[in-house]
Design a binder for this molecule. Structure first.
Ligand code: PHB
Ligand code: FE
Length: 329
């Protein structure tokens, strides 16, 4: 495998729209008022610009996530934890049969810098691709004023366990994180805490619903607990997951409120494999050999559990581990 350490280059600036076009390896990226255009030696592709930018900022922010991130059925990235494939049509049966599929492998840093340069140039003030569509402006049209705030939400780390002495109120009315409009009807009881004598100040509990209800972003899991390689994330979801995620390991979902519809397809061909409607309280495991995309008609709370054990992807890919976690036999 050849790993390209190319850096992104600026090709030209469009005189009418003001947007820059870029080249990364053999891929070229250009945008106009409505669309992103991607070309490679054997083909080209077009993606609606909102969809493209919502996928791209998440792909950067998640460090390319686990396995495959499809921006749509054709274009995306695969994380090899250190290197990243950028592909077009490589997991689409039609593109493969037509012989126009293409894939190049880069260092993760090169792709990250490239995607950041593209996003910076193509996102203007008033539009935040991490917000729900009803809560932000539109990316359509010519280049506007540059955004000066961080493109990707800075990672806000708690100083201590949430709510314990010394913790700053990470999400509260005081820090400008009001309860989202969709959760205005919820009441947030605080837990009763009964502590053994001698452990005062070391034990605390919060209402996690209150915490998630104050998230101003969607489809952007934040880590809420880590035990060794077990990563527990919570997230608030509205509209559609702007990527299709292809797993390289199992991943568990616990639906905390409302409902999310998932479309599940074979990872390699895109052939449909199922649809799931998860309602509050439902639990499901996404197998290691599928791709999936979620749709939330109303803002919903979701808990995502990931197994971050290094090398797990190779054990699933070789068939050593079954693609699903439980045998109901
Ligand atoms: C997923 O691909 O599993 C995923 C990504 C982002 C979310 C939720 C789930 O917010
Ligand atoms: Fe996933």
């Amino acid at each position: 495998m050849t790993v390209l350490d190319h850096t992104i280059t600026r090709v030209s600036v469009d005189e009418v729209t003001g947007y820059t076009s870029f080249k990364l390896g053999s891929f070229e990226f250009r945008r106009d008022e409505y669309f992103a255009h991607i070309t490679w030696p054997k083909g080209s592709h077009i993606i609606e610009i909102d969809r493209f930018l919502r996928a791209m900022v998440r792909d950067i922010g998640w460090g390319f996530f686990y396995g495959w991130i499809f921006f749509d059925d054709v274009f995306g990235t695969t994380n090899h934890y250190g290197t990243v494939d950028v592909f077009a049509g490589s997991y689409d049966r039609g593109c493969k049969e037509a012989g126009i599929d293409f894939l190049e492998t880069f260092s993760a840093q090169a792709v990250s810098e490239a995607f950041e340069a593209i996003s910076r140039d193509w996102i203007s003030n008033g539009y935040d691709p991490l917000n729900a569509p009803l809560e932000t402006g539109t990316p359509i049209g010519p280049k506007g004023e540059e955004r000066t705030d961080p493109l990707l939400r800075a990672f806000i780390a708690a100083d201590r366990m949430l709510g314990l002495e010394g913790d700053k109120p990470v999400r509260s009315d005081e820090t400008g994180h009001p309860v989202n409009r969709a959760f205005a009807d919820l009441t947030f009881d605080t837990p009763d805490i009964v502590c053994e004598h001698g452990f005062e100040g070391q034990l605390h509990a919060i209402n996690l619903f209150d915490h998630i209800a104050r998230s101003d972003v969607t489809w952007n899991p934040s880590i809420s607990a880590v035990t060794r390689a077990n990563i527990c994330c919570v997230t608030s979801e509205e509209h559609m997951l702007p990527v299709i995620h292809g797993n390289d390991r199992n991943e568990w979902f616990i639906q905390l409120s409302d409902e999310i519809h998932w479309q599940i397809a074979d990872k390699n061909s895109g052939q449909p494999r199922g649809r799931i409607v998860m309602k509050a309280g439902d639990v499901c495991a996404m197998p290691a050999d599928i791709r999936h995309q979620g749709f939330a008609p109303k803002r919903a709370m979701l808990m995502v559990l990931e197994n971050g054990t290094p090398g797990l992807e190779a054990r699933y890919a070789s068939g050593e581990l079954k693609p699903y976690p439980v045998d109901f036999g």
